[in-house]
Design a protein around this ligand. Structure first.
Ligand SMILES: [Zn+2]
Length: 570
């Protein structure tokens, strides 16, 4: 069965059967019933929402000799003639192909003749915004003095392109997109009437694809009905339209949370092997991060996320692992990636690079913590590590293991993530465990040599006061960054010696491949996060910090920055 056939077969025959536009149809039916019709109606709204359907219904109702409560009877000669497009006094014009002034003059001449007895002449002009300026002027002349029993129904998707002079002479009705409930209700009805069972997942996917347009929804359903026997499954819909299963995005989130590029790249490989559109996947990633953000902001917003209940709950668990700030940054990055991937002749490589970037994403909550600590350390702030006794590091902490939360597996359930997220907001015991002078050292570095300070922030320090060895461990994937500051070790040591008032030797250590997680975990425990709001606030109050945050997201500072290197205690 072709789309036209199914659309015609289930075309509404009464105003009440029009789905989702009751604010329009109730008013029109009342106007017919009380014979209080306007000469011109303007139906505006998105495509596929029923504008021309309502226009035809109204044309029938006006011409029906025995309308029932404002609805056309659907059975008389004129109702049936209008339904087949064979009623002489109802004329449909597509303005897209009849844009000129001559077309409208012709129409004006037609309007002057009286319709046949007892009938009303109706002009339905679709896409009326396509008319030329001259055509609109000719139309305006008719609307200024409309002949008796002549009606104009205009439909448009772009009402802003219609002259005000025309709009002001029309009764205007705005059609809206259908809700998911309305669309799924109608599609189920039609499938049921066709004797086909629509699986819940299949229905949800079709509704999602239709994006609020009933016409599109019916067209999609029609394609599925043609290819199915008795039942339409979700797999069939996903396969027919080359869609990507929503679970794939949830798997990607697991990989991002576990900092697991291998799992992320495997997802890309699977999609590529299955011949699916990588551009579609890249676009879906943006939506996926958006969904995470909504759930992060408020669980109530789940109603705006188009996923089944079990996937929603999994997504909700994943959202706890990110900060709002993280998700805003990820959305921005993913949008940029989509733009590039969409245009690229090498989409796979770009997509792989993007996935690696997400799985290596450094949480901004680390910076938030830095901001908090800077605040505490500021002179006069009190309570911080500014006392003389605090300056000298007291503890040694060579151990970088421990606490690896087993987040590696992409199979892990959301329940394993602690309630406070991967980055708990109050890490009991972490403060006593740190190298006390470390934050002060980073703070001074940030002022004097931000490039070096920013790099060291990614390291995990341990200090032995007896030998004076300051070992800073980095994840293996920070090799490039570490290489770029090796030449600065002596100066870092000199600075630390000055601050801590003792001999210090600095060693930069790269972790082994595969140990990234331990080190990242250690840093995470060490420099515990605070809310992103705090970072925003701190940045607002301190422009230098603001630019630091920006810098952390961009390239390292130029070498010229080194010129500002000075002894902090001078
Ligand atoms: Zn009738």
């Amino acid at each position: 069965m072709s789309y036209e056939a199914i659309a015609r077969k289930y075309r509404p025959e009464t105003f009440a059967q029009v789905v989702g536009q009751a604010h329009v149809t109730d008013t029109l039916r009342a106007a017919v019933r009380r014979d209080k019709l306007s000469h011109a109606y303007l139906f505006s709204g998105p495509r596929g929402c029923g504008k021309t359907t309502v226009a035809r219904l109204l044309a029938k109702a006006i011409n029906c000799p025995r309308p029932a409560e404002g609805d056309p009877c659907g059975e008389c000669e004129s109702c049936r003639a209008i339904a087949r497009g064979g009623y002489l006094d109802v004329l449909e014009i597509d303005a897209a192909s009849n844009t000129g002034v001559d077309n409208i003059r012709e129409l004006r001449d037609m309007a002057q003749y009286s319709p046949s007895e007892g009938s009303s002449r109706v002009f339905i002009i679709d896409e009326v915004h396509m008319l030329s300026k001259g055509a609109f002027n000719a139309l305006l002349k008719i609307l200024e003095e409309p002949p008796a029993r002549v009606f104009f129904f205009f439909a448009t998707t772009e009402v802003h392109k219609i002259p005000r002079t025309i709009i002001s002479r029309c009764q205007r009705f705005d059609f809206r997109l259908l809700s998911q409930e309305e669309l799924s209700g109608r599609l189920s009805e039609v499938a049921g009437a066709e004797g086909v069972k629509l699986a819940p997942g299949a229905l949800r996917t079709l509704v999602s694809l239709a994006e609020g347009s009933l016409r599109d929804g019916l067209s999609l359903l029609d394609q599925m009905l043609a290819a199915s026997e008795g039942e339409v499954t979700e797999e069939a819909v996903v396969g027919a339209f080359g869609l990507i299963r929503s679970e794939v995005y949830l798997d990607l989130n697991d990989a991002v949370i576990a900092r697991d590029p291998v799992a992320g790249l495997a997802l890309v490989d699977d999609l590529a092997r299955a011949g699916q559109s990588l551009g579609t996947f890249a676009r879906g990633i943006v939506t996926n991060f958006r969904n995470l953000m909504l759930l992060k902001i408020d669980a109530e917003l789940a109603r705006m996320v188009d996923l089944p209940a079990d996937q929603l709950s999994r997504l909700g668990g994943q959202a706890a692992a990110f900060s709002e700030q993280d998700l805003l940054a990820l959305i921005e990055r993913a949008s940029g990636h989509f733009e590039r991937i969409h245009r690229s002749t090498q989409p796979r490589i770009l997509l792989e690079a993007a996935v690696v970037e997400y799985t290596r994403f450094e949480s901004r909550v680390l910076l938030a913590d830095l901001a908090r600590r800077l605040g505490q350390l500021a002179p006069g702030a009190g309570g911080g590590a500014s006392g003389a006794g605090d300056r000298r590091p007291q503890t040694s902490r060579g151990e970088t293991k421990g606490g690896s939360a087993g987040t590696k597996s992409s199979q892990q359930g959301a329940a394993e993530i602690p309630a406070g997220g991967m980055f708990p907001s109050s890490p009991a015991g972490a403060a006593a465990d740190t190298v006390p002078g470390w934050t002060r050292l980073i703070e001074v570095l940030m002022q004097k040599a931000p490039r070096v300070g920013a790099c060291l922030m990614n390291g995990l320090p341990s200090f032995d006061p007896d030998s004076g060895r300051l070992i800073i461990a980095f994840a293996a994937d920070k090799e490039f960054q570490v290489g770029s500051i090796r030449g600065d070790c002596d100066r870092v040591a000199a600075l630390a010696a000055k601050l801590w008032q003792q001999e210090v030797r600095v060693e930069l250590v790269l972790g082994e491949r595969g140990q990234e997680e331990n080190i990242t975990e250690g840093i995470r425990r060490e420099v515990a996060p605070t809310q992103s709001e705090e970072l925003k606030q701190a940045c607002a109050e301190d422009p230098a910090l603001g630019s630091l945050v920006e810098m952390m997201d961009a390239a390292p500072l130029p070498d010229g920055e080194r010129d500002r290197w000075q002894d902090p205690t001078d």
